[in-house]
Design a binder for this molecule. Structure first.
Ligand code: ADP
Ligand code: MG
Length: 229
């Protein structure tokens, strides 16, 4: 599913160079839930941005489903992102003036599909995620956990192959965070979705299948996670 080979990412700011990734190689099979941990500045977000085709590596290759994403022209890249990738963020990134349903369907609406087609799917997802009857609520009428569940529904609406999550529980209390993680785990397992999740929280990493540790742009640990009983 994902093949990362010798990826180096160097940021240049004026005369200073930061080597955010220092030759990282990693293979993630389809359906695997991979957690990436590491201290602040270790390269986690850089890795996720490269996998999400939001940035390109300085050298090395990233393949998703056999396709080398860093070689895509811009128009193909945005289409690939829309069709194949789902994103979840720490701060939910919902639009405050839109209802929950409208937030869920917005990306697909912008890529040209109709509201009539999308709304029933969005409502079904919201219901599956325990938000029946909340579809017309705006984000400020929802709790943090509910907002993140809306964001998960938005990420899954287009039936992506790969879900990328950057600290999805970083803004939730531990009980709510655990509930949201369980939901992500179940919803992605059901769909045989590959997940790459960046987290600070060792508890969060336990829901995944595998844990990779980053330090100073290098992989310093790679272990499988025993499913909690
Ligand atoms: P993490 O998400 O693990 O905290 P990042 O991937 O955000 O780490 O950053 C890794 C390193 O790259 C840090 O030293 C950070 O300061 C640097 N960095 C990240 N993004 C940029 C950028 N756009 N320009 C310059 N340096 C950056
Ligand atoms: Mg980060």
């Amino acid at each position: 599913m994902i093949e990362v080979a010798n990826v180096v990412k160097v940021y240049r700011r004026g005369k200073t160079e930061v080597r955010a990734l220092n030759g990282v190689s990693l293979t993630v099979p389809k359906g695997q839930f991979l957690s990436i941990m590491g201290s602040s500045g270790s390269g986690k977000s850089t890795m996720l941005n490269l996998l999400g085709a939001l940035d390109v590596p300085t050298s090395g290759t990233l393949r998703i489903d056999g396709k080398e994403i860093s070689r895509f022209p811009d128009d193909q890249l945005s289409q690939f992102r829309r069709d194949r990738l789902g994103f979840i963020f720490q701060f939910f990134n919902l639009l405050p003036t839109l209802s929950a349903v409208e937030n869920v369907i917005l990306p697909e609406l912008l890529s040209g599909r109709s509201r009539e087609e999308l709304e029933p799917k969005a409502n079904a997802l919201l219901e599956q995620f325990g938000l029946k009857g909340r579809g017309s609520h705006r984000p400020d009428e929802l709790s943090g956990g509910e907002m993140q569940r809306v964001a998960v529904a938005r990420a899954l609406l287009a039936e992506p192959a790969l879900l990328l999550a950057d600290e999805p529980t970083g803004n939730l209390d531990s009980k709510t965070g655990a509930e949201v993680l369980r939901l992500i785990r179940e919803a992605t397992r059901e769909r045989n979705l590959t997940v790459v999740m960046v987290t600070h929280d060792p508890k969060a990493a336990e829901v995944g299948d595998r844990l990779v540790r980053l330090a100073d742009g290098n992989i310093v640990g790679d272990e499988s996670v025993r499913a909690a009983a």
